[in-house]
Ligand binder design. Structure first.
Ligand SMILES: Nc1ncnc2c1ncn2[C@@H]1O[C@H](COP(=O)(O)OP(=O)(O)OP(=O)(O)O)[C@@H](O)[C@H]1O
Ligand SMILES: [Mg+2]
Length: 237
């Protein structure tokens, strides 16, 4: 049961949006996902409330550094835990990093001013050097303009490679679907393609992003979950 944490102490980097995209895509494939909502804005919990039942997803709200280890141990039937952290430096950050199998640091477009991302990277480095705790982590580019994907990726990759930081191959593109989903609830597959522009591209982006994460952190599906996932993919196709 891998724990994937989205962390960037700068607000508005795209953590919550990426959490929702990854979670709904993994759930569509039949994985049981528990989202741990520690964002003081509670966007995921609100989305869950207005969505009704979303197969394979459960959401735990008001996660704190004291409650986090309890949630992890009490939900052993989960395939993936996905943690949405606040966009500020809080006591939860270090606890969460220490309990994570992979930390994803969303950074918008260009990394030049990504100070919040750098703070997380520094804390990870500190844990490694001082405590000998190595936590896998990568940067994911968010809100990337679909026209400049390649150039933005190259620039940021070059900057971060000096610090030996991996950047995911898949950037998260700026798409209206990724905003609208929080207003209308449900998933990218329950939205109306006639009312949401480039919904197919948004779906493709979320799919490729989740596939990259699954390659990094594979889990084996149980037979029943595999069946459910295939059904979901078939009905969405
Ligand atoms: N890929 C995207 N496409 C379109 N809009 C996006 C995208 N990513 C984020 N946004 C928008 O940017 C704003 C901030 O995004 P989000 O809430 O995901 O960031 P956050 O890092 O969780 O913020 P906070 O630190 O405040 O919790 C939101 O209005 C969201 O709808
Ligand atoms: Mg957030």
């Amino acid at each position: 049961m891998p724990v994937i944490t989205f962390a960037n102490t700068k607000g508005g980097a795209g953590k919550t949006t990426a959490v929702l995209l990854l979670s709904t895509e993994l759930a569509r494939r039949g994985y049981r996902v528990t989202i741990l909502d520690a964002d003081p804005q509670h966007w995921i919990s609100h989305w869950y409330e207005i969505s009704g039942h979303v197969p394979n997803i459960s959401v735990i709200d008001f996660v704190t550094s004291a409650s986090l280890p309890v949630h992890l141990s009490e939900n052993s039937g989960t395939d993936y835990f996905i943690l949405d952290l606040p966009g500020a430096r809080t006591p939860l950050l270090a606890t969460a990093l220490g309990l994570s199998d992979h930390v994803l640091i969303p950074i918008q477009g260009c990394a030049m001013d990504a100070r919040g991302g750098a703070q997380v990277l520094e804390l990870l480095q500190y844990l490694e050097q001082r405590a000998g705790i190595h936590i896998n982590h990568s940067v994911v580019l968010t809100r990337v303009n679909s026209m400049v994907t390649t150039r933005a990726l190259q620039t940021v990759k070059a900057l971060l490679s000096e610090r030996s930081v991996t950047v995911l191959e898949t950037p998260i593109i700026e798409r209206s679907a990724f905003r609208d989903i929080f207003d209308c609830g449900g998933t990218l597959y329950t939205m109306d393609p006639n009312r949401v522009s480039n919904l197919d591209k948004a779906q493709e982006n979320a799919r490729v992003f989740a596939e990259e994460m699954m390659r990094l952190l594979p889990v084996r599906l149980t037979a029943s979950a595999r069946g459910a996932g295939h059904d979901a993919i078939r009905s969405a196709a």
